[in-house]
Design a protein around this ligand. Structure first.
Ligand code: PEP
Ligand code: MN
Length: 405
């Protein structure tokens, strides 16, 4: 049985092959984003979150003490956030760091936020958390990145909120996996949560970056393509991990048409018990909001629209030409595959690949193009050519074994 399984040729379809080799080729998550089917969700209209303008959720990473919470929320109230946030239970990467005050903080967090007329949002990481938060009168629940990765925990939370009309937000999973993110959203929607949205907080990566969690904007953009009617906000605090980068990251999110922001705000950020580097004071938040440029997705300006239309027609033409060239290239790589197969030559030719990278980078450099972009593009082209050739070799082996039978 095992022997016959092992004897089967190693078959990978396009997507499986892609997933298999993506880490090896060190491709950005952009190219690991698959074209997924549009999920069918039953959602309240996006406008029921907020009639106009971006949704704002602000407040400390953790509710530390009643005094800290009150000192943070009192000036925040003037900025009229839609919700204030508070971490009650903190999922920490390592033990022995502050893991949140826990259930005792729920009652006073609800009390202080109510006193100031601010609806409270809390992260829940289990069914028990969700039940306790609902019982205490929390207005919005969100699922954190370390929970979204675990379908068992998400399902437990979904079971706990079944039949309750509470708004919920789902942060992306720590790893760049769009299906996992959508899966968590689907579970909550199936449990009857219709006021439901997503929070983009960036993705962990092994590579060094200026960000704490790399934004990989293409992933939330794909989520938006699949679920255009769902609220999608950004969390510049957890993306950047550094208070200096928060305003710029918030601006990028708005320029990418995000529906709102979650920003960690603390009365004394340097001495915060968690995420001290990325929190900002309420007055810095006021300044940040004032400096943000709120752009419109569209305009009625006839001259602008005509200019945009003309440029888009040019782009359509260039894309059509690019696709024709791509088809030509793919046909050539298939011919190369046939020649290699007939002569029992390996698919991967490291020397040729190195020459391609070097010469194309030189030419693209002269044309003023970004080397990282061209490298990714070349990797994608090369991978497609390998993909085609692997399939050809496999088919030839299958045909040979059928003829031998
Ligand atoms: C948080 O919001 O404080 C938090 C723990 O965030 P994340 O789930 O994005 O890591
Ligand atoms: Mn935090």
């Amino acid at each position: 049985m095992l022997a016959s399984r092992l004897a089967k040729p190693f078959r990978l379809d396009g997507v499986a092959f892609f997933r298999h080799f993506c880490p090896l080729l060190n491709l950005s998550a952009l190219f690991c984003v698959q074209m997924l089917m549009k999920p069918q969700l039953d959602l309240v209209p996006k406008s029921s979150w907020k009639a106009n303008g971006p949704l704002l959720i602000a407040g400390p990473c953790s509710a530390e003490t009643p005094a800290q919470f009150r000192a943070t929320l009192t000036p925040l109230a003037e900025l009229k956030p839609d919700y204030v946030r508070a971490g009650i239970w903190k999922p920490r990467t390592r033990p022995n760091s502050f893991e949140g005050v826990g259930i005792d903080a729920l009652a006073w967090s609800v009390e202080i936020s109510r006193e100031l007329g601010l609806p409270l949002a809390v992260e829940v990481a289990s069914g028990k958390h969700a039940e306790a938060a609902l019982h205490a009168g929390v207005s919005l629940l969100w699922v954190g990145a370390r929970t979204t990765v675990n379908p068992f925990m998400v399902q437990e939370i979904a079971d706990a909120v079944q039949g309750v009309e509470v708004p919920m937000l789902v942060k992306n999973p720590v790893n760049p996996d769009l299906e996992l993110w959508i899966g968590a959203i689907e579970r909550l929607n199936k449990a009857g949560i219709r006021k439901l949205g997503a929070i983009h907080r960036g993705f962990s990566g092994y590579e060094k970056s200026i960000y704490r969690n790399h934004p990989n904007w293409e992933i939330p953009i794909e989520l938006k393509r699949l679920l255009p009617d769902m609220l999608l906000i950004a969390d510049p605090s957890h993306i950047s991990g550094n208070r200096l980068l928060v305003p710029e990251t918030a601006q990028v999110a708005l320029d990418l048409d995000f529906d709102g922001l979650m920003i960690e705000t603390h009365c004394d950020p340097e001495n915060a018990w968690s995420d001290a580097r990325q929190q900002i004071t309420p007055s810095s938040l006021a300044e940040l909001l004032q400096n943000l440029i709120y752009r419109r997705p569209q305009t009625d300006d006839v001259v602008f629209n005509a200019r945009l239309e003309a440029l888009r027609r040019d782009i359509d033409g260039v894309d059509a030409a690019l696709l024709e060239l791509l088809a030509k290239r793919l046909a050539l790589t298939a011919e190369v595959g046939a020649v290699k197969k007939d002569n029992d030559i390996t698919i991967l030719q490291p020397k040729r690949w190195a020459e391609i990278v070097e010469s194309r980078l030189q030419q693209s450099g002269q044309l003023g193009m970004d080397a990282a972009f061209i490298t990714r593009l070349l990797q994608l082209l090369h991978q497609e050519s390998i993909n085609t050739q692997v399939k050809m070799f496999q088919e030839a082996r299958l045909n040979a074994s059928k003829t031998a039978e």
